[in-house]
Design a protein around this ligand. Structure first.
Ligand SMILES: [Ca+2]
Length: 170
């Protein structure tokens, strides 16, 4: 896993909660809100929505998105996205959370992205660990958005779905 370079470009932040129900094998990611998003449109604003992908083995297994909020850099969603993840697979998956700008004409653009999962960096990994440590309890954090790594190659590594890993050495 390469380091995710978080440079100084301010793309904004996203607040979401994670909650895992081991018996039901259900994970709920609630997109709460964003703040100080980067303006993508000539109007000086953006039309943000949030796309959440469940990733295993570098592949997007499932993709869900929130509604689009028009012309705001501080959207409020409070929208829950549910994934079925059996306990035996919870160490093998990650989530990518991408904030997009909707455009009526042309392609929608990525504003910024963050990751959470056992292979994520920093808070992305800590948030996931906390979710597993406190099952049935929604855990909420603000995450800084990072640059979209182009073809998404830096995070979605090649190879087979990782088996449970030994704890990382200090
Ligand atoms: Ca737009």
């Amino acid at each position: 896993m390469k380091d995710v370079v978080m440079d100084s470009v301010d793309l904004g932040e996203i607040m979401f909660s994670l909650c895992y129900l081991p018996t039901a094998g259900r994970m709920t990611l609630t997109v709460i809100k964003c703040r100080n998003l980067k303006a993508m449109d000539i109007t000086g604003s953006s039309d943000p929505y949030v796309k959440v992908s469940l990733i295993c083995d570098g592949r997007r297994l499932k993709k869900r998105k929130t509604t689009t909020k028009r012309s705001t850099l501080n959207p409020v969603y409070n929208e829950a996205i549910i994934f079925d993840i059996p306990p035996e697979n919870v160490e093998q998956v990650s989530l990518s959370i991408t904030v997009m700008d909707y455009d009526r004409v042309g392609h929608n653009e990525v504003i910024g992205v963050c990751y959470t999962g056992p292979d994520a960096q920093g808070l992305g990994r800590d948030h996931w660990t906390e979710m597993l440590a406190y099952p049935r309890k929604p855990i909420t954090h603000w995450h800084s958005l990072g640059e979209w790594p182009g073809r998404a190659a830096s995070f979605e590594s090649q190879g087979s779905c990782p088996s449970p890993k030994p704890p990382s050495t200090p």
